[in-house]
Ligand binder design. Structure first.
Ligand code: GDP
Ligand code: MG
Length: 413
């Protein structure tokens, strides 16, 4: 049997570009390709407003591409967008090599990086859901013989390519994920300290900031998606409060929808966080777009209304600047995580922004006090509810004002 890693993908990169934003996306495609271990033989850019429905690039351009593939000895073409099954089929027929789109490439990187069983399940689920409608293409046949990008499952597994099996497997993975999620909910709700989530574009410096503020020693680096699993560490704020800081997977433009779907459980941390620090790379030429990308994923996770600090990072590289107007929702702090600049200001700002009014408590509420239970539910995050003979025992983090109101029901922990 051939191992997936033995197959070297030698690819031409192709993009349909329209503006500066697309240009940086294409730059990112190169970085993604390298991260996936692809040998890039050349690139072909087409400047046009609209993507061709049949060939992605125009038919003429596709024919040129087919010739270039032969000349350069490429065995794959990587496109900068997610392609339709028709586009993939047509391009494959014309060029006679495997067509890889941006989504497949990102999924492949995630497949190589996933470490925890949850991460692996999430990636495989996203891969299978992506593959389902595309199963008739030649790419699948090719890759069944060969390997390489698009066939690699998380860890050592090879992706199943039979439709019936896939359906069954998707079902099973979803069940498994549900189990893990249940456990996660219990863990999240039983924590005693507020959680601050670091979110941001990939490579913005989240892990570097995590290391600067705690002793986490998370791996950082210029490879994309260095962090797939969430790391959480304790931190004591200048005002004495103890909090948990968690580092999450970074976001990227054109993030495959299935991937966001599948990763919702990892990103549950973000959803349940008490506040967010949105880390952005101040030296990026498309800073605004990167922040917009992150905000749109946050909206999809329904985490966009949380108290948020916008941390403009890497000011050692780009200088301090008041470039950001119109972000009145967030407090803005300019920092350098790498050089440790303005981290004191960041910490002070966290103290201001972090809601302070919740406290861990345990209460016993008599059954005729239904109103009290309602109110506590609304103003707290309960980890345990126990129905006893004469009343209900609850445990969790509850708004101080509400606790005061019902202090007669408080019991020893
Ligand atoms: P993440 O993907 O958001 O976790 O980003 P990382 O923390 O892994 O950092 C990505 C790259 O940016 C690494 O090469 C870091 O050394 C670099 N980096 C992070 N913070 C800073 C900073 O404040 N200044 C500079 N110049 N580089 C930084
Ligand atoms: Mg990271």
């Amino acid at each position: 049997m051939i191992s997936n890693n033995d197959i070297n993908t030698r690819a031409l990169l192709v993009g349909v570009l329209n503006n500066l934003y697309d240009d940086t996306t294409f730059e990112e495609l190169k970085l993604l390709s390298k991260t996936a271990g692809v040998e890039v033989l050349g690139e072909s850019i087409q400047r046009r407003n609209k993507i061709d429905p049949a060939y992605y690039i125009g038919r003429g351009k596709a024919q040129e591409l087919a010739a270039a593939v032969k000349t350069l000895g490429a065995n794959a073409i990587i496109c900068d967008d997610e392609l339709s099954p028709v586009q993939i089929r047509n391009l494959e027929k014309l060029t006679e090599v495997q067509i890889i789109d941006r989504t497949m490439l990102i999924l492949d990187i995630f497949a190589q990086r996933a470490k925890t069983s949850e991460g692996k399940i999430q990636v495989e689920l996203a891969q299978l859901q992506y593959m389902m409608p595309r199963l008739t293409g030649k790419g699948i046949e090719l890759s069944q013989e060969g390997g390489g990008i698009g066939t690699r499952g998380p860890g050592e597994t090879k992706l199943e390519t039979d439709r019936r099996h896939i359906r069954r497997r998707i079902h099973r993975l979803k069940q498994e994920l549900k189990e893990i999620q249940k456990n996660r909910q219990v863990i999240i709700k039983s924590r005693r300290y507020p959680v601050i989530s670091l979110v941001g574009y990939t490579n913005s410096g989240k892990s570097t900031l995590m290391n600067a503020l705690t002793d986490a020693q998370v791996v950082t680096g210029d490879r994309l998606f260095e962090t797939l699993d969430t790391t959480t560490r304790g931190l004591i704020l200048p005002d004495g409060r103890r909090v948990l800081l968690s580092d999450t997977v970074g976001f990227i433009r054109k993030l495959p929808h299935h991937l966001v779907e599948a990763f919702k459980s990892t990103l549950e941390e973000v959803k349940e966080a008490d506040m967010l620090i949105l880390v952005a790379d101040g030296s990026s030429p498309v800073l605004d777009e990167e922040i917009a990308t992150v905000n749109s994923v946050l909206r999809e996770l329904e985490a966009h209304r949380k108290p948020t600090i916008l941390a403009i990072n890497k000011i050692d590289k780009c200088g301090q600047n008041a470039y950001l107007k119109g972000y009145d929702r967030e407090k803005i702090v300019e920092i350098s995580a790498l050089k440790g600049l303005n981290l004191d200001i960041l910490l002070k700002t966290i103290c201001e922004v972090l809601p302070s009014s919740r406290q861990f408590a345990q209460l016993f509420i008599p059954y005729d006090e239904g109103q009290a239970l309602d109110e506590i539910h609304q103003h707290g995050l309960l980890s345990e509810i126990e129905y006893k003979e004469s009343g209900i025992k609850v445990k969790g983090r509850i708004e101080k004002a509400v606790l005061k109101k019902y202090e007669e029901y408080a019991i020893e922990q």
